[in-house]
Ligand binder design. Structure first.
Ligand code: GLP
Length: 242
């Protein structure tokens, strides 16, 4: 059963989500957080940075594992998810850089990247809290609609709709990488709690299908219905069909 928390707008969604994450960090200072990129969580990170600066939340013992990274892209490339995380979160808080983990996009040895990332997440005991955005087609991380649910970390070919949606962050659509590393659905489901943030009408169908549609790999987020501790914080527009 997915808990739905209705937010008025993006700012309200972000504060509510940040409240849930900061409660996790306060209750377990050395917790393991699974983190996401995209526009949806930026406001959540902004709010957490603000509370960190005010001394309300301390990340010094927190470990993080990011969901995904483009394939064949260097960590310091401004289009990489590693760069995104530094810019929007890590550079502004007291996290220990050795506790930050993002799949190594620049390493094109797929088997090595996937096996080592899975081992790291497992050795950390999986995530206490996994933050997720949701794609317009119901993808989580870069787990795209498919005939089967994925398990561990793997390298995917992105769908046209995802390439198009993400092209806003690149100068030209042809610059968007066609492949990406992503944590698998099973790894995501191993998190002890999951927090999904969604805003805007473009997410309304995906949010509906995630919460109330059939559990099917054609909507990867629908598997979250089988988890016992999932909270969706979404604004009115994203909840329009629920
Ligand atoms: C991207 C990311 C996802 C993210 C999704 C939604 O493809 N790989 O992790 O959740 O798109 O992004 P946004 O929040 O910008 O809508």
């Amino acid at each position: 059963m997915i808990k739905i928390v209705r937010a008025r707008d993006y700012a309200d969604m972000s504060r509510k989500a940040a409240n849930i994450i900061s409660a996790q960090v306060i209750l377990k200072p050395n917790c393991v957080l699974g983190l996401a990129t995209g526009d949806s969580p930026i406001g959540t990170y902004d709010q957490l940075i603000d509370w960190y600066k005010k001394g309300d939340v301390d990340f010094s013992q927190v470990s993080t594992y990011n969901l995904d990274e483009y394939f064949g892209i260097a960590d310091d490339d401004p289009q990489s998810y590693h760069y995104f995380m530094n810019k929007h979160f890590f550079d502004h808080i007291n996290i220990d850089p050795k506790n930050v983990h993002v799949p190594a996009g620049s390493n094109t040895d797929v088997d090595e990247v996937c096996a080592s990332f899975d081992k790291m997440v497992a050795d950390a005991g999986f995530c206490d809290l996994q933050l997720l955005g949701i794609g317009r087609n119901g993808h989580i991380g870069f787990n795209e609609p498919d005939d089967v649910f994925s398990k561990g970390t793997h390298c995917v070919n992105l769908t046209e709709s995802t390439i198009e949606a993400n092209s806003r962050l690149f100068e030209r659509e042809e610059d968007v990488p066609r492949r990406a590393y992503t944590m698998g659905v099973q790894t995501i489901m191993n998190a002890r709690s999951i927090l999904v943030v969604a805003n805007g009408e473009k997410k309304a169908q995906a949010v509906h299908d995630m919460c109330f549609g059939p559990v099917t790999p054609q909507c990867p987020a629908s598997i979250l219905q089988l988890h016992t501790n999932v909270t969706v914080v979404a604004d009115d527009e994203a909840l329009a069909l629920c």
